[in-house]
Design a protein around this ligand. Structure first.
Ligand code: GLU
Length: 263
């Protein structure tokens, strides 16, 4: 079964850390440039796009030459502060090659929960997309401590999609989609092309957390799916490592898992 985004005009694209960085933590400029080019092409097709990008902490780890992902909050905050600037610098550089203006939007949980702050967040994002700017959203890791954090960008991107009332969330990941069992452990694992309800979702084992650089794994993707379900929207999980994956989606020829929760 192949998937398409032809029918969607308002799309949130979530890019995971592992889709942007080397194992070393430093940005993989090849991967990043390819993703940016594809997003620029999607934008040129007339669609409104919001990007939710991870990679700040990963880029900070690389830049600060830390031996591993920091565990303490201040160390994580420091890595995010260093890395977020690097990340935006590279997005600016790559998107400007295609004549596209981007904006940094750093959100905390409160900005999506508190009604007044939520209104301000929505207004800012709407003003940006109205002016043909692509917002690049991340959690404000420098000030958001664990207790008040969304904590991962799968959840954040779903919350943004719901809050701004976009039609579809594309999660660009380092896996092809949702499998019936962990494909890293079981050779006979098969991919589930379509999930239509929370009932379908509850029958699948989400396994444990994912890669070395990211925060997510399947658990947070399922959490994102539940938010998308509550908003009666759609979501796709596809592999960012598949060449031209966003173009394949535009052509209706992409593999992955499609979550359709429209009423
Ligand atoms: N906000 C984190 C960062 O930019 C990423 C969280 C996640 O991996 O989901 O590094």
């Amino acid at each position: 079964m192949k998937h398409s985004i032809k029918e969607f005009n308002k799309i949130v694209i979530k890019i995971g850390s592992s889709s942007l960085t080397h194992e070393s933590g430093l940005l993989d400029l090849w991967k990043m440039e390819s993703i940016v080019k594809q997003i620029a092409n999607l934008y040129n097709s007339g669609r409104s796009i919001i990007v939710v990008s991870s990679g700040a902490i990963a880029a900070g780890i690389g830049k600060m030459k830390l031996p591993e992902k920091p565990k303490s909050i201040p160390e994580k905050q420091a890595a995010a502060a260093v890395g977020q600037g690097t990340l935006m610098h590279m997005y600016e550089k790559f998107f400007s090659e295609y004549g596209i203006t981007v904006a940094q939007v750093l959100l905390t949980k409160e900005d999506m929960v508190d009604p007044q702050r939520k209104t301000h967040s929505v207004n800012a994002l709407s003003a940006l997309t109205k002016h043909s700017v692509i917002p690049i959203v991340n959690e404000n890791d420098v000030v958001a401590i664990d207790e008040i954090k969304v904590g991962d960008n799968d959840t954040l991107s779903a919350a943004v999609c719901k809050m701004i009332d976009f039609e579809n969330l594309i999660i660009l990941s380092d896996i092809n989609g949702v499998y019936n069992k962990d494909p890293r452990k079981f050779e006979d694992a098969t991919m589930i092309p379509k999930i239509n309800s929370l009932d379908d979702l509850s029958k699948i084992d989400a396994g444990d957390a994912g890669s070395k650089v990211g925060t997510g794994g399947m658990q947070t993707k399922f959490k994102a799916a539940r938010i998308i379900a509550s908003a009666e929207k759609t979501m796709l999980i596809v592999n960012s490592g598949t060449p031209n994956i966003l173009n394949l989606l535009l052509e209706g020829n992409a593999d992955g898992t499609f979550f359709d929760f429209r009423g």
